[in-house]
Design a protein around this ligand. Structure first.
Ligand SMILES: C[S@@+](CC[C@H](N)C(=O)[O-])C[C@H]1O[C@@H](n2cnc3c(N)ncnc32)[C@H](O)[C@@H]1O
Length: 265
């Protein structure tokens, strides 16, 4: 059914572009992305975990865990998992979905991770949870924090947009319907700032809410430079959630980086 259009009562939620991620990752995000579930997480982890040597043993940090789909599967494999996210509604969903759960859920900002130095054997940053800050220095802060909490020789999995794929496939405008809601998305690449920006308008009846997303697209070379600057060496590159090899236009850019051994720092 095509919903009625006309004058809308507009509620533009994203007032501060610096904080777009606090506004957007709330209940509406959960509705729009409900199809990204545990099955996808399971498939990916089954492909990549066997490739990590040494194997993670000890705590795993699901950084920007959202509703906890990776945490859930990792815990079912026997890992001790901690999930960290800024969004209370997403953490509440994680707690409700994953029961009984021994997973500690932490509401915190990824730029300041409230965990001890060298206390974690694997950090997962999944499904484009990196590149959110308008200043690159803030993204580097995240990587510094990741490196600080990682045990030497343990792993970071960083799953980001692949700039070549975004350039090739970007759809400037789309509209779709989900339940009682029309979802209108506008996308553009800001080549000066190397960001992909999206506005999302959600219409229900005559109510409209607007959100934005703005993600820095890092190339492999840039990420290699950032990771080495925080004592992590990129070791494996994947291009999708099936664990296929990365290529310049693969759907994803997923890096397994290993923190340097203590004697090489
Ligand atoms: C695209 S979602 C990915 C969620 C999850 N990793 C997954 O695969 O489903 C990005 C997540 O990053 C979280 N996030 C955004 N900004 C954050 C910040 N500054 N610190 C911690 N988490 C943040 C959001 O709340 C959201 O859950």
């Amino acid at each position: 059914m095509v919903p009625p259009t006309g004058s809308m009562a507009s509620d533009t939620t994203s007032s501060d572009p610096d904080r777009w991620f606090s506004d957007w990752f709330q209940e509406d995000y959960l509705v729009l992305y409900q199809h990204r579930g545990v099955e996808e997480a399971r498939g990916f982890l089954d492909h990549i975990l066997p490739e990590l040597t040494p194997k993670p043993s000890g705590w795993v940090l699901d950084l920007a865990c959202g509703a906890g789909r990776h945490s859930h599967y990792l815990a079912s494999l026997g890992f001790s998992v901690v999930g960290l996210d800024l969004s209370k509604p997403l953490l509440v969903r994680a707690m409700k979905t994953i029961t009984p759960s021994k997973i500690p859920w932490i509401q915190a900002d990824m730029r300041s991770i409230p965990l001890r130095n060298e206390s974690v054997s694997l950090v997962m940053s999944m499904f484009t949870s990196f590149g959110y800050f308008l200043n690159d220095r803030e993204d580097i802060l995240v990587l510094k924090e990741v490196s600080r909490v990682l045990v030497p020789e343990s792993w970071l999995i960083l799953d980001t947009l692949n700039p070549g794929y975004v350039e090739k496939t970007l759809v400037p405008h789309s509209e779709r319907w989900q339940r009682d809601m029309t979802i209108i998305e506008e996308r553009e690449i800001d080549r000066t700032r190397r960001r992909v920006n999206k506005t999302i308008r959600l219409r229900r009846g005559n109510q409209e809410k607007a959100f934005m997303e703005s993600v820095r697209m890092y190339s492999v070379d840039e990420l290699t430079q950032l990771l080495t600057s925080v004592s992590c060496a990129p070791r494996i590159l994947w291009g999708d959630y099936n664990g296929s090899k990365y290529f310049p236009q693969s759907p994803r850019l997923i890096i397994a980086a290993q923190k340097y051994a203590t004697d090489t720092v």
